[in-house]
Design a protein around this ligand. Structure first.
Ligand code: IPM
Ligand code: MN
Length: 353
C-alpha cells in the first residue's frame, strides 16, 4: 500500500479545529482509496513562541524535508506582534522548502455565497498561480537615517529569469492539465514596472510561443484585473502573477468565491515538499466554539492529495464538498452562521467522500 508521511501543523486559534475536520475527511479518503497517511504533529505557532521564543527552528525544516507533504491549519496569535509568526513560520517554511508556487483555485460553489450580482458557479471558476518566494517578499532593500526626517526605506521587487521561468512554466503546464479555456493570463504592471514587468512579459511570451502553442496568451495589468474580477470573472481560466500582486488579488478572489471559509491554497514545490493551508487565518475570537467553517481546510487537504498523486481521492473530496454545499443543509459559509457546527460540517462531508 502506498504510504505518505504528512507533517501537520494545526497552529493557532481555530487552526487546530479546522485541521481536525480536514484529517477526518483524509482518513475516510485513505480507507476508501487504499493508501496510508502517517501523520506527525508539530506544535509550532503563537503559544509555543510565547513559551519558548521559538518560531520554526532549522531542525524542524530538516524534519519537514522527510515528509511527503505538510498541512498547516493557521498561524496568528493576538498576543504576538504582527510579522513574527508570519515571517518566522509561514514565510520561513515557504523559503526554506522553496515552495515557489502559491496555487489558489477560485471556485464559487453556490450562487447565494457570491457577493457579486448575477454571478453563478459557472462564472467563477479560475485558478491563480502566484509566484511564492520572490519579488518584494525576498526582503532585499534597506533603511537609512531611520527615525530622522530624511529616512529612506526600500524594498525591492527582485526577480531573476530562472525564478520567473519556473513559475510561468508551472502555470502553462497547469493550464494544459486543467484543460478548460486553455488560456493563461499574465497579471503584472508592465506599463510602469518596465524592468521587472518586462521580464515577466517576455518570459510568458517566449515560453508560450516555444512550448505551449495550444495555450492562449492573455495579459492584464493588475489594477484592471481587480476590476475584471468583479465585473467579468468568467473571463479567466488560469492567472500567473508575481508574489505581492498575487497576494492582493487572491484575497479579492476569495471574497467572490464566497469568503475565507472556502478558500484553499497550496504552497507548492513541484520537486519537493509542499504545504497546504486554508486561507482564512487563525480567527482567534472563534476559538473553541465549534463555529468556524472547516471547508477551506478540507479543500486544502484535497489539493494535497492531488499533489502527492492521489488524484481520484482528491476528486472525491472535491465532489463531497460541492455536494454537501448544494445539499441545502449548510446555511451560510460564514463562521457562526452555517446552521451547524464545525464538526458537523466535517461529518457531513466525510460521509459523502
Ligand atoms: C497569504 C498571507 C501571507 C502572505 C502572510 C500571512 C505572510 O497573506 O498566504 O496570502 O502575504 O503571503
Ligand atoms: Mn495574503
Amino acid at each position: 500500500m502506498k504510504t505518505y508521511n504528512i507533517g501537520v501543523i494545526g497552529g493557532d486559534g481555530t487552526g487546530p479545529e479546522v485541521t481536525r475536520e480536514a484529517i477526518k475527511v483524509l482518513d475516510v479518503a485513505q480507507h476508501k482509496f487504499g493508501f496510508k497517511l502517517n501523520y506527525t504533529n508539530y506544535d509550532f505557532g503563537g503559544e509555543r513562541y510565547l513559551k519558548t521564543g521559538e518560531t520554526l527552528p532549522d531542525s524542524a525544516i530538516e524534519e519537514f524535508r522527510k515528509q511527503h507533504s505538510l498541512f498547516l491549519g493557521a498561524i496568528g496569535h493576538p498576543d504576538v506582534k504582527p510579522g513574527i509568526l508570519e515571517c518566522g513560520i509561514l514565510l520561513k517554511a515557504r523559503f526554506a522548502l522553496d515552495q515557489y508556487i502559491n496555487l489558489r483555485p477560485v471556485k464559487l460553489y453556490r450562487t447565494e455565497d457570491c457577493p457579486l450580482k448575477g454571478k453563478e458557479p459557472k462564472d467563477i471558476d479560475f485558478v491563480v498561480v502566484r509566484e511564492n518566494t520572490g519579488g518584494i517578499y525576498t526582503g532585499v532593500g534597506g533603511v537609512v537615517q531611520k527615525g530622522t526626517p530624511m529616512e529612506i526605506a526600500t524594498q525591492v521587487m527582485v526577480y531573476g529569469r530562472p525564478v520567473v521561468e519556473r513559475c510561468v512554466k508551472f502555470a502553462y503546464d497547469y493550464t494544459r492539465r486543467r484543460n478548460k479555456k486553455k488560456m493563461l493570463t499574465l497579471v503584472h504592471k508592465c506599463n510602469v514596472l518596465t524592468h521587472a514587468g518586462d521580464l515577466w512579459v517576455r518570459t510568458h511570451k517566449e515560453l508560450g510561443d516555444r512550448d505551449y502553442t495550444d495555450i492562449k496568451q492573455d495579459y492584464n495589468h493588475v489594477d484592471a484585473c481587480t476590476m475584471w474580477f468583479v465585473k467579468q470573472p468568467e473571463w479567466y481560466d488560469v492567472i500567473v502573477t508575481e508574489n505581492l500582486f498575487g497576494d492582493i488579488i487572491t484575497d479579492l478572489a476569495a471574497i467572490i468565491q464566497g469568503g475565507l471559509g472556502v478558500a484553499a491554497g497550496g504552497n507548492i514545490n513541484p520537486e519537493g515538499v509542499s504545504m497546504f493551508e486554508p486561507m482564512g487565518g487563525s480567527a482567534p475570537k472563534y476559538t473553541g466554539q465549534n463555529v468556524i467553517n472547516p471547508i477551506a481546510a478540507i479543500a486544502a487537504a484535497g489539493m494535497m492529495l492531488d499533489t502527492i498523486g492521489e488524484t481520484q481521492a482528491a476528486l472525491a473530496i472535491d465532489k463531497a464538498v460541492t455536494g454537501s454545499l448544494n445539499g441545502g443543509k449548510i446555511k451560510s459559509l460564514a463562521a457562526g452562521k452555517m446552521g451547524m457546527g464545525t464538526t458537523q460540517v466535517g461529518d457531513l462531508i466525510a460521509a459523502t467522500v
